[in-house]
Every structure is written in structure tokens, then in C-alpha cells.
Ligand binder design. Structure first.
Ligand code: SF4
Ligand code: SF4
Length: 124
């Protein structure tokens, strides 16, 4: 897949809302205080790289997760700076990356928003 570039994200609040509902609500780092307690000191990669994730979802329409995992590694992990030479990531190794842990749910959340946006565009 060609490299996915960073771009401004239209309707970012819709994508963020869907991620909060579908992913954060099930996330082990989401505290009873209603706050995210991610181990990632830069903040959860889902929100740091939301435009890139939406771009990946636009490019890929696959039944299995393999190509999504590959696209995330090639387009996001490389610029995340938590990844160290050799393509290893301590957070990923410890299952402490929210994006890596819930990748499938993240793309389900993005698809939900894309489907509803397309439906609304048809009505206009
Ligand atoms: S780590 Fe990510 S998925 Fe988990 S609660 Fe925080 S923002 Fe949501
Ligand atoms: S797996 Fe590691 S390098 Fe990739 S997004 Fe998560 S924290 Fe960043």
C-alpha cells in the first residue's frame, strides 16, 4: 500500500466520539474516574494518529486484519517514536498500546462513521 500521509480530518469529532464509544468504553486503561490512564506518555496512538487511521480505512477494504496491521506498522508505528530500531516497540510488547490492542474495534468505529457520513451525503 502506498504511504498514507497526514491530513486534516474532516468530522474529527465524529470519529473521536465513535472511538470513545466503541473502544475506550472497553479499554483496560479507561479508569472508573472516566479518564484514560494510558501507559503511553505521548497519549494513546489512536487519537494521535486518527487521520492516518481514517486514511488507511479509506484505502483498505479487507475481510481480515493482516493488511490493517501491516498498514499501521508501515504508516503509523514508523513515526510514532515509541518504536525502536528493529521495528520493535516496548509498549506493543507489553500490550500497552491501545491502538495495537484494539485495532479491530478502532476500524469498526471508523467504518461506523464512514457509513453514516455516506448515508448523509446521499440524502443531501
Ligand atoms: S488507551 Fe486509548 S483506547 Fe484506551 S481509554 Fe485511552 S484513549 Fe481510549
Ligand atoms: S505499537 Fe508502538 S509504535 Fe505502534 S502505534 Fe503503538 S506505541 Fe506507537
Amino acid at each position: 500500500m502506498e504511504e498514507v500521509g497526514h491530513h486534516n480530518l474532516e468530522d474529527r469529532d465524529l470519529y473521536e466520539g465513535a472511538v470513545r464509544r466503541r473502544v475506550c468504553s472497553k479499554c483496560i486503561d479507561f479508569g472508573e474516574d472516566g479518564i484514560c490512564h494510558t501507559q503511553d506518555i505521548k497519549g494513546c496512538a489512536i487519537f494521535r494518529f486518527l487521520p492516518e487511521l481514517v486514511a488507511i480505512a479509506e484505502h483498505l477494504h479487507e475481510p481480515t486484519m493482516e493488511l490493517y496491521i501491516q498498514a499501521v506498522r508501515e504508516n503509523i508505528c514508523v513515526k510514532c517514536r515509541n518504536q525502536t530500531p528493529g521495528d520493535t516497540c516496548e509498549l506493543r510488547g507489553k500490550l500497552d498500546c491501545g491502538l495495537d490492542r484494539y485495532l479491530e474495534l478502532v476500524f469498526e468505529a471508523i467504518d461506523e462513521v464512514n457509513t453514516s457520513r455516506k448515508r448523509n451525503q446521499k440524502r443531501e
